[in-house]
Unconditional design. Sequence first.
Length: 314
Amino acid sequence: MEPSSRTDSLFLPIQGSTHAPDVDSLYYFIHYISVFFFVLIMAMMVYFVVVYRRRPGGPKIRQISHNTPLEVTWSVIPLILVAVIFLWGFRGFMDMHIAPRNAMEVHVTGKKWLWAFEHTSGRKESAELHVPVNTPVRLIMSSDDVIHSFFVPNFRIKQDVVPGRYTTLWFQATQLGEHHVFCTEYCGKDHSVMAAKVVVMTPEEFKTWSDKDPDEGMPLAELGAKMYQKNACVSCHSIDGSAVIGPTFKGLFGRSEQLTGGGTVVVDEQYLRESILEPQAKIVQGYQPVMPTYKGTLTERQLNGVIEYIKTIK
Ligand code: CUA
């Protein structure tokens, strides 16, 4: 990944989106007009001060009240320049606010103090937004609390993010790598660290990323705890020792259970696996055979996670 703080020019960060060259050319147009007239006016002032200074025996200058051609010139030229700047800026403003119809959409939520993203696929991420390069991406943004502002300097886009309504932005990234996101509306104590990054990938990399298990890298027991909540195991199996609809998970691993119809079983990985995938195989005495199978619901890794999680509940 390329560092996004790299600069290509003296003044501005890298041009990372299709908006950037448009914004920069208008910026430079205004900048160089200002430089040109600043130098012109300063030079003429100095020239007149020197040439027409008062000196003994010098020419007597007559008072000039007005000069119509000169006044028209210095009114019409700025008028034309300002009109050009307005029309150019207005066109750019419209381009930046109307996303292409085929744009990929991402929901953005600002909250004290992080940026959360949800892709239409349901994939969620926070503090990082992964997008494919050369693809229009439309951000549908809202805030959970106060006003924030979403700013990606490399993309030259910035927009307030307001509670209770949506604001939108769109961009088409042209540079692979990571691009900083800042919050640019003062929003409280950690405003200054309310940052994120846009990670721009090739379409192939993005596809791989999209297909990847979002829980990859999460410790198994932690993944199991998540599955315990997400799959509502919690509604039948307590972790505090109380019996609900099924046996509690507390101290379950290694325990010896009496089975309905006689016999005992020592709770080990093999038994837990069987109980999750084929819940009716062995019923613990005193409970009804009501548990549904989780075959196909849990992946192999999630299954391992649940087993590791149960081991931790002592
Ligand atoms: Cu959010 Cu400043």
